[in-house]
Design a protein around this ligand. Structure first.
Ligand code: ME8
Length: 633
């Protein structure tokens, strides 16, 4: 028996309801799954929920319920949403499922016996907000950002996974498998990270009780990523391994492209074929996330039908890149492409076939140059779409198809079928036009079926079919074959959206649901006298150059003009700013801070930035007409 195509989504945390970020990844997986089924393959599509860990434990305690009860509640939201979105996953695995717990303990034991998991005492710093151990380098970065108060000294017994032993093997594997992580620029980030050196990974905690116990040492629970990543294994039937495509957001790529393969190597198992990291849906410039309270819920968009949301996701997001979300953009896209574009073309075509040919689709006898051109374009766009979709680039596939649909509009305008219909001498030309349009719509229904299953089926039936379009396969489909019979009843494919009316309703519906997170800042520090404060020399500076410090995702090295001299300053702002965004910016500099070395670079001074522990640093900006060198007092 051949191996099914195995596609996965991340398993989502159950500390909140799903938003469109989670929905996007799962839609992409579903579209991929449906696409592969229509390629004639058997498909195993897995999604799930990640239910252990301190956050769930705390959230449940705050509500006075058990963590499992909380998880059950949230999982019901996911199950319900996935059903309304038309998802065709085979299983929604929960990390609280018994088969998963058994799997995790089995593998833990195996790697322990092998020596790749060992018990040791961790002595060092711990970040309370990230719930993670902090390396010296990371500690320095946090100190540079003024976030040192988040760190506590910790000494505890923990189990480590010997990640450091896998650095060379991972790099060799990456070298031999150039398509392992996509897109390429993300693969390069992963390689740089591994080249920078790997430290052993702590994979157990004694401070948490909500988790899978370490077999034979039950005061430890297995820490979340070792637990979570193994879900892909627990849920995999015997003939499925390894996964063909694992979809993740860029936020969790490192776990999937470094830790996960190392676990599998240690277990002597095959690695996944491809890990595809997509970008984020943003609100403004910010990632949409539960903690920021700026999320769009799929429920607000589902009123336009799941096809609309699925299409929007696939058409708008270039996999790999970030994309800003706006309600307006959402409605514009649907009106342009579904109500106008495809919807219009279908209703015009069907009504002409009905009116001029009594519902019978003609077979063309002669094709003039225009007809030939459109027929040839269909023969080209069909495989082009399939090739792009096979590469998971549905954005480009749909783009190619929709530009063909637009060309057909132009073809109708030029051919003027309504004039042709007035004189029987034009019958051959009218037949050619109608047949071309019909074939284009028939191919479109087939191609878009994975993306918009409902809309594709309606179109398919309007074209006279009574079977399921999703049960067809792309291969061997006769693009120029005759219609199987008269066209069916024409149904409107997509109702045009009244944008103004919906805009106000949608925004009102979305806004009040979220509450702003509370400020995460320490108490006001102890009083200092004015004399002490005035010892600090604050100056306006202008950033002249900025570049990332190699091997650090937080540090940026800058040259700053202070009016009277230029300085090299290294700042921990690399997660909030790209170097390009910093050029020419006016900033406030602590000019008489003693120089110190950060990752081997002497930094002389510090930039002032505002933030709370949960947000990015916002550089403090003097007004535009201030001059470098001005004293800030
Ligand atoms: O990270 N844009 O779960 P999670 C696009 N449990 N996609 C987004 C997004 C956004 N703004 N926000 C979230 C976890 N996502 C772990 C995973 S896997 C073994 C464990 C999507 O609930 C994206 O796929 O925080 C991201 O990787 C995932 O949701 C994170 O979901």
């Amino acid at each position: 028996m051949s191996k099914p195509f195995y596609v996965t989504t991340p398993i989502y945390y159950v500390n909140d309801r799903p938003h469109i970020g989670h929905t996007y990844t799962t839609v992409l997986a579903d579209v991929v799954a449906r696409f592969h089924r229509m390629r004639g393959e058997e498909v195993y599509f897995l999604t799930g929920t990640d239910e252990h860990g301190q956050k769930v434990e705390k959230a449940a305690a705050a509500r006075g319920i058990t963590p499992k009860a909380l998880a059950d509640e949230v999982v019901a939201n996911y199950t319900d949403l996935w059903q309304r979105m038309g998802m065709t996953h085979f299983r929604l695995i929960r990390t609280t499922d018994q088969d998963h717990k058994d799997q995790v303990q089995r593998l833990f034991k195996r790697l322990l016996d092998k020596g790749d998991i060992y018990k040791a005492t961790y002595k060092g710093l711990y970040s309370v907000s990230d719930e993670a151990y902090v390396t010296e380098l990371q500690a320095k970065e946090l100190q540079a950002q003024g976030l040192a108060h988040q760190l506590v000294e910790l000494e505890e017994e923990t189990y480590f996974f010997r990640l450091s032993a896998y650095q060379d093997r991972l790099l060799a594997y990456f070298e031999a498998h150039p398509g392992f992580v996509q897109p390429d620029f993300r693969f390069n980030e992963v390689k740089r990270f591994v080249e920078g050196g790997l430290q052993d990974l702590s994979i157990s905690r004694t401070s948490i009780s909500w988790g899978i116990p370490v077999p034979g040492d039950e005061k430890h629970v297995i820490y979340v990523w070792f637990d979570a990543l193994l879900n892909y294994l627990s849920a995999c039937p015997a003939n499925c391994w390894p996964p063909d495509l694992q979809l993740v957001g860029k936020d969790i790529l490192r776990f999937h492209a470094v830790y996960w393969p190392a676990f599998l190597m240690s277990a002597g198992m095959f690695l996944p074929e491809t890990i595809l990291a997509h970008g984020w849906w943003l609100m403004g410039d910010d990632k949409m996330s539960k903690s920021k309270g700026n999320v769009v819920r799929p429920d607000t968009l589902l009123r336009f039908g799941n096809d609309a949301l699925r299409f929007f996701f696939m058409r708008e997001m270039q996999v790999g890149h970030d994309r800003g979300f706006s309600y307006e953009g959402f409605m514009d896209r649907l009106n342009a492409d579904l109500a106008n574009g495809l919807g219009n073309l279908a209703s015009r075509t069907l009504s002409m076939i009905q009116r001029y040919r009594g519902g019978q689709v003609p077979m063309p006898s002669v094709l003039d140059e225009q007809d030939q051109e459109m027929a040839t374009r269909l023969l080209a766009v069909f495989p082009e779409y399939l090739e792009k979709a096979r590469a998971n680039d549905f954005h480009a596939a749909l783009d190619a198809l929709w530009s063909y649909l637009r060309a057909l509009d132009g073809y109708i305008v030029k051919a003027e079928p309504w004039k042709l219909a007035k004189d029987p001498a034009n019958d051959p030309k009218l037949d050619a036009v109608l047949a071309n349009l019909y074939r284009a719509l028939r191919a479109t229904a087939l191609l878009v079926a994975p993306v918009m299953p409902g809309l594709a089926q309606s179109l398919w039936e309007s074209l006279g079919h009574s079977d399921q379009v999703a049960a067809r396969t792309f291969h061997g489909f006769a693009l120029d074959g005759p219609a199987i019979g008269p066209i069916g009843e024409s149904k409107p494919l997509f109702q045009r959206i009244d944008k103004e009316k919906e805009m106000s309703e949608l925004e009102a519906a979305a806004a009040p649901v979220e509450t702003k997170p509370t400020l995460d800042v320490p108490e006001i520090r102890e009083t200092v006298d004015a004399e002490s404060f005035f010892k600090v020399d604050l100056r306006v500076g202008r950033i002249l150059e900025a570049e990332r410090v190699p091997k650090s995702d937080k540090l940026i090295k800058m040259k700053v003009d202070l009016g009277i001299e230029q300085r090299t300053i290294v700042g921990g702002i690399g997660k909030a700013y790209e170097p390009d965004q910093l050029l020419n910016r006016l900033v406030v500099v602590v000019a008489n801070l003693a120089p110190r070395k950060l990752m081997g670079i002497e930094s002389h001074g510090m930039l002032l930035a505002a933030s709370d522990n949960a947000s990015k640093p916002y550089l403090v900006a003097p007004p535009d007409d201030a001059q470098p060198g001005f004293l800030v007092k």
